[in-house]
Design a protein around this ligand. Sequence first.
Ligand SMILES: [Zn+2]
Length: 130
Amino acid sequence: MPKPGFKSITVSENVYRKFFNAYAKNKKELEFKGITSFSGYLTSMMEEIMKKYEANGLHAPFMEKILIGHNSVIIKDNKINRIAEITLRDNELQCLLDDRNDCVHVGFVYSLPELYFMLKPKEIKRSMDL
Ligand SMILES: [Zn+2]
């Protein structure tokens, strides 16, 4: 039984050995970072990975681009679990799902660097002047 405030997990011997070998190999270096035990090493690694996941929104990205076409972008809204198509009409993005030009989907597409392949330089300038 782990001591209060701690939980134990079970991993296969293979996984354990892999991590333990990595720990043993870098033991000296890790001590400089204040990591003095194998469980401390695992904890710091898990925290690091979690930070990366959160920073990249890898858990469940709110919006995903599915397809970028000539005049439209297909995105998936994971919050409502729907596919939305955003088209370029009269130099303005229009969401066909919401029938709006100012919803979260349009905002997401404006944030895509690929959008600038769809718009001609003159058109970008005009839409930024608005
Ligand atoms: Zn929308």
